[in-house]
Write a protein that binds this ligand. Sequence first.
Ligand SMILES: Cc1cc2nc3c(=O)[nH]c(=O)nc-3n(C[C@H](O)[C@H](O)[C@H](O)COP(=O)(O)O)c2cc1C
Length: 379
Amino acid sequence: MADPADIPPPPTAAPPAGDAPPACLADFAALARAVLPPDTWDFVDGGSGAETTLAANRAALDRVAVLPRVLTGVESPRTGARLLGREQAMPVAVAPMAYQRLLHPDGEPALAAAAGAAGVPYVLSTLSSTPIEEVAAATGGPLWFQLYWLRDRGLVADLLDRATAAGCAALMVTVDVPVLGRRLRDVRNGFALPPHVTAANLPRGRDDLAHAGTPGVSAIAAHTGAVFAPALRWSDLEWLRARTPLPLLVKGILDPRDAVRAVGAGVDAVVVSNHGGRQLDGAPATATVLPEVVAAVDGRAEVLLDSGVRGGGDVLRALALGATGVLLGRPLLWALAAGGRAGATTALALLAAELRDALTLSGCADPDEARQLRTLTGG
Ligand SMILES: Cc1cc2nc3c(=O)[nH]c(=O)nc-3n(C[C@H](O)[C@H](O)[C@H](O)COP(=O)(O)O)c2cc1C
């Protein structure tokens, strides 16, 4: 086993709030909550409906027990892994998350720069509060673009062209938002974007509804309802496949039959996601359905998992269940809120250290070997 002294400590650029620096990603939650307006905290933290799926994501990951291998002679495992055929520092990408200037004035460029320095891809949301081109200039690492399908197909084509021209290395289309899930915290808070946070990739004025605060209404839901295309079909995915030569990921798959269909449509990767419990409440936890999706895809595409990943131990669990890698979501928003780029850098360094430890403790030389580990569910 590696001597802990060999594992570089996270950078000392710790988030400003709190007495002790965070010891794990979950520690950033309290720091973020202390600095964010309560309705912004709720927008990030909340799920849809009774938040059953939100809770199930964590509970299902906690139930996955990984059987460590021993006497494997592993001292310093490699955390590096290939995603979409390209070597990354970890089998991890930053999940697409809207409106990051809500969390910190530096917003998307800060998180993208931290991801680039950590050697992991940053996925830029269609609903970014910074234009694609500015984020592309800020990140020193791979940038992927997440597409929400808009009613205006001309705008979809324009976003694709801008993402390609800005050097995005992959396209991730999100398919689980025909309408925004009923996020009751946002409804009760009458949540709306403050004036300084805009949907910066859309033409001016196309986000007016997201700023219109009305008691008992989520302005975010009103805006997406007006702007997003509600009834995508497989033929739309096929159109997209033909429209772009970039590697294509489809995000929001839970049913193995849909995973098979997506592979048939030519996608390079399937993201098993329930949107962090923010869309269909009552949808299964992603860790529960992952093994079936992996079996159905049968190596014909990569399979990523998100929703509930909170540390290196969860990355190991996902790998052992057969995933190629994971998307990391809310913890990076907490870290951004707590300390801007430095906070996100600390969080990603902690994740790398945790993953190294988890690989060492399970006797694996690298993430590929972790995919051979056996799991038990039920603890
Ligand atoms: C504040 C917030 C904004 C999000 N915005 C988007 C988005 O613009 N596009 C998208 O595909 N998913 C979006 N997601 C979902 C994430 O990509 C990811 O699926 C989810 O956060 C994973 O759950 P976790 O954060 O609990 O790990 C968002 C999630 C949060 C918390």
